[in-house]
Design a protein around this ligand. Structure first.
Ligand code: CMP
Length: 141
């Protein structure tokens, strides 16, 4: 697999706990390029769009409540096999099961409030990044 892009959202707890720099640093040290980076107060409408595939699941209302109306950091990252590489750096969805050394393994414990979201497939990337960024906004270097 070649160079890919992935969408990442640092969730409100990541911002509130002051881990933005540490998390971005892990991505940069791995060699991923930041094509776009923005701080935004996440509207409920965009939160519902982002998590549409989870609508109806038991954890959905708590998930939407945890992120809506709060400050998040939105990013597009690029690099070799970026989607899988970022998911491995982040660790398992449930931070209690995430390996030590991963972002969730080291810094989180709660499953709803698991610090960070990243695309899980090229299709998710296409859908998710287009909620927040225009294609022409993506820098290359
Ligand atoms: P994220 O990678 O943002 O994608 C969906 C989110 O739903 C997930 O991280 C968690 O924050 C949240 N969530 C809460 N409970 C669960 C669960 N049991 N399984 C999967 N995701 C969950």
């Amino acid at each position: 697999m070649g160079v890919e892009r992935t969408f990442v959202m640092l969730k409100p707890s990541c911002v509130q706990r002051g881990f933005v720099g540490e998390v971005i640093s892990r991505f940069e040290r791995k060699g991923l390029r930041i094509l776009q980076l923005r701080v935004e107060k996440l509207s409920r409408e965009k939160a519902e769009k982002l998590y549409k595939i989870h609508e109806g699941k038991p954890f959905y209302p708590d998930l939407i409540r945890a992120v809506s109306g709060k400050t998040v950091v939105l990013m597009v990252l690029e690099g070799r096999e970026a989607i899988n590489v970022v998911r491995r750096l982040i660790g398992a969805t449930d931070p209690a099961k995430a390996e030590a050394g991963t972002i969730r393994g080291d810094l989180a414990l709660d499953i709803t409030d698991n610090l960070i979201h990243a695309s899980d497939s090229p299709e998710s990337y296409e859908r998710e990044h287009s909620i927040f960024f225009d294609e022409e906004e993506l820098e290359t270097y």
